[in-house]
Design a protein. Structure first.
Length: 60
């Protein structure tokens, strides 16, 4: 019963997104998430990350 209702909700959301002309909604959402993650990670340089890893490994 729960599976059937979930499928109905999914089908409804899909048709709603298509009606809104957002067929690539999942791709846009993924790109937005990826952009936020990379911009957040961009605050730390790769060298800083590797350096902190080396320090933590050296302390052990």
């Amino acid at each position: 019963s729960a599976v059937m209702s979930a499928q109905c909700v999914e089908r409804g959301l899909d048709s709603l997104l298509i009606m809104l002309g957002m067929i690539n909604f999942h791709r846009v959402l993924f790109n937005l998430m990826f952009f936020l993650l990379t911009s957040a990670a961009g605050k730390f340089s790769i060298h800083d990350m590797i350096g902190s890893w080396n320090i933590s490994l050296g302390n052990e």
